[in-house]
Design a protein around this ligand. Structure first.
Ligand code: ZN
Length: 149
């Protein structure tokens, strides 16, 4: 089997990815916690589920991007679920902390970007005039704002 990437390039790519991972971990560790009312946390979970579904539908056409969004969505859902369960009473809001706000914002930002630029086809069936977000994009944006994005 012939390779088209020189060993030096692979080594350089690994180094760059490791640096990005370290930067990401540092940013996630420093993220401010976000307090969210339980109904908004439910909306946020639904939005991340939609994002994951849309990414799954792009697995064949854009496997790397889709995999990154699916992984981020899984991390966000795991964190949100744990933080929902950590509340001590039903009236208590959800404190979204640690890397969970970062994962949530990253996933939603990436999906909103792809839908608004048209690189992904929005499944909502509404018209998408330039500069006027559809109901789905407005909802995803609202949920992004609720988690501090
Ligand atoms: Zn739409």
């Amino acid at each position: 089997m012939q390779t088209y990437i020189a060993p030096h390039t692979i080594s350089l790519l690994a180094k760059v990815l490791a640096e990005h991972a370290a930067t990401y971990r540092a940013a996630a560790d420093q993220a401010e916690p976000v307090t969210i009312a339980v109904p908004n946390a439910g909306h946020l979970l639904a939005a991340i589920g939609v994002a994951r579904k849309l990414a799954t539908e792009r697995t064949r056409t854009d496997p790397t991007d889709a995999a990154g969004i699916r992984t981020g969505a899984a991390d966000a859902v795991a964190g949100l679920g744990a933080q929902l369960a950590a509340r001590t009473s039903a009236d208590e809001p959800v404190i979204v902390s640690g890397p969970t706000p970062v994962f949530s914002r990253s996933v939603l930002t990436r999906v909103i970007d792809r839908l608004t630029t048209g690189s992904w086809t929005c499944p909502c069936r509404e018209p998408h005039p330039a500069g006027k977000p559809c109901t789905m994009v407005r909802g995803l944006t609202r949920d992004l704002n609720n988690v501090g994005g």
